[in-house]
Design a protein around this ligand. Structure first.
Ligand SMILES: NC(=O)c1ccc[n+]([C@@H]2O[C@H](COP(=O)([O-])OP(=O)(O)OC[C@H]3O[C@@H](n4cnc5c(N)ncnc54)[C@H](O)[C@@H]3O)[C@@H](O)[C@H]2O)c1
Length: 259
């Protein structure tokens, strides 16, 4: 059985721990780490054999096969390279941090040299398998339009308003909690997405529309997400997508559908 350690003990981590306890993810949790230790304590009640790590070295001492970052872009900058250097696979939720080319190149180089996998789940989006496949046909245009209720973008407007239009790398800097999807999409396509962020008082669900134009296909993907009951800034789909990735990684064998 694979050993799993978690950085960040918030909404997504809580769903992961439940999925482990339900046997959906075939793994044993060895460690929790969070800036707020009380959050680790809460999750440790559900996984009493796991240790609470005070720093990354203590977490790695529990000898996990896989570390899941479900914390923040800062946590990726702080710990991702160390995890990979220790020869441990890594799942990165705060994908925005990987738009930093220097960090991405370093991680990729280290991971290749050590035979380590760094996974970025599809998260709150859909269709990254097709986007990745279309790279081979050449992608001419890559657009992400994110439409959210005004309060989740911290504004008050009476009609739809475009708050941002520009490259993904700038969007993730200005809206770090809202557009990890922009980063995951750009990484899948191998090019930076053009991003539009719209506040719309008429909608309740966080909505992402992706348009991909290539020689082989034109994709138009629309995802309307319900917020996580544990964290209104996070879509429930992000946790479910991570659980699905972890289920596949930890499963000992069997038929798997989708690329
Ligand atoms: N890729 C996607 O589609 C997607 C979707 C939703 C959320 N996310 C990202 O996933 C991450 C987790 O989301 P969540 O809803 O579980 O968040 P959350 O706020 O519920 O939990 C995050 C936890 O991480 C801890 N934390 C933050 N920085 C840390 C650090 N440097 N070291 C240790 N602990 C740290 C916080 O104290 C908090 O308890 C966030 O960065 C979020 O933006 C990605």
């Amino acid at each position: 059985m694979k050993k799993l350690a978690l950085i960040g003990c918030g909404a997504i981590a809580s769903e992961i721990v439940e999925a482990v306890n339900q046997g959906v993810i075939e793994a044993e949790i060895t460690a929790f780490m969070d800036l707020a230790p009380e959050k680790c304590l809460r999750l440790q009640q559900l996984a009493p054999r796991a240790r609470i790590a005070r720093n990354i070295e203590e977490l790695l001492e529990t000898r996990p096969d896989l570390v899941v970052e479900a914390a923040s872009q800062e946590a990726v900058r702080q710990y991702a390279l160390r995890v990979v250097e220790a020869g441990v696979d890594l799942v990165v939720l705060s994908a925005g941090a990987l738009l930093d080319k220097e960090l991405l190149e370093k991680l990729n180089r280290e991971a290749e040299q050590r035979g380590v996998h760094v996974y970025v789940p599809t998260g709150a989006l859909a269709g990254l398998d097709a986007v990745r496949a279309l790279r081979r046909a050449g992608i001419r245009r890559l657009l992400l339009r994110t439409v959210k209720p005004p309060k989740s973008l911290g504004v008050e407007v009476n009609e739809p308003r475009v708050l941002y239009r520009g490259p993904a790398s700038e969007a993730v800097r200005l809206y770090p909690f809202n557009v990890n999807v922009a980063a995951a999409l750009s990484l899948a396509a191998g090019m930076e997405a053009e991003v539009e962020i719209v506040a719309d008082p008429r909608i309740e669900r966080n909505t992402h529309i992706v348009i991909v134009e290539s020689k082989a296909s034109r994709l138009e993907i629309r995802v309307e997400n319900v917020p996580s009951p544990r964290n209104p800034r996070t879509s429930l789909l992000a946790a479910l997508s991570t659980i699905e990735l972890l289920r596949r990684i930890t499963r000992s064998g069997g038929v798997e559908v989708g690329s």
